[in-house]
Design a protein around this ligand. Structure first.
Ligand code: IMP
Ligand code: MG
Length: 180
């Protein structure tokens, strides 16, 4: 599997260090607020688990699963699994793996905002600022790493559902795409 990776962009150690910093920052920010962390499946699972283990204080977990109608990340989105608790009046933090074009986060943010939370913020492990589509108005309140506009896999992120299990974030070799 690792022979498909051209280089490691973020090592396991870099990721773990940064995730602990983010969790420490939010532990202070959300002290006494019993936040709900809404993870956007499936890419977020590694980040979500590591983040939550390092969050200090009362909090709750929930998940959403969304996908685009077309199967590409270009078009309109559909909720395949919604949150399972009432968010009205709650402090909600969306946890995402990556903020690229922004379509998913824009959709998720608006969908959750309609549930009238007391506050709604976005925490993304990765941000590809160069990937952003015009018209995206949401911003990340907390970001792990800004990365170049390259396709990355590992630590939850996939290419055709593969490579999610790598403990680091790496760049795929071009021939892996070309074969598909
Ligand atoms: P968006 O383009 O910001 O809407 O991101 C949509 C989704 O595309 C993300 O949640 C990821 O699942 C996926 N995605 C975007 N960039 C990458 C990447 O570099 N590697 C793997 N998945 C990505
Ligand atoms: Mg995702």
């Amino acid at each position: 599997m690792e022979q498909n990776i051209s280089h490691i962009l973020l090592s396991e150690e870099q990721i773990q260090t940064r995730v602990k910093e983010l969790a420490a920052e939010l532990s202070v920010e959300y002290a006494g607020k019993n936040p709900i962390f809404v993870g956007v499946l499936k890419g977020v699972v590694m980040f979500y688990a590591d983040f939550l283990k390092n969050f200090n204080g009362l909090c709750e977990m929930d998940f959403m699963w969304i996908s685009s109608y077309s199967g590409t990340s270009s078009g309109s989105m559909v909720v395949r699994k919604d949150v399972s608790v009432d968010l009205k009046g709650r402090h909600v933090v969306i946890l995402e793996d990556i903020f690229d074009t922004g379509s998913s986060l824009q959709y998720t943010y608006e969908h959750l905002l309609a549930k009238e939370p007391a506050s709604l913020k976005i925490c993304t492990l990765l941000d590809k600022p160069e990937g952003r589509k015009p018209g995206i108005t949401v911003k990340a309140d907390y970001t792990g790493f800004a990365i170049p506009n390259e396709f990355v896999v590992g630590y939850g992120l996939d290419f055709n559902e593969h490579f999610r299990n790598l403990p680091f974030v790496g760049v795929l070799k071009p021939e892996v795409y070309q074969d598909k």
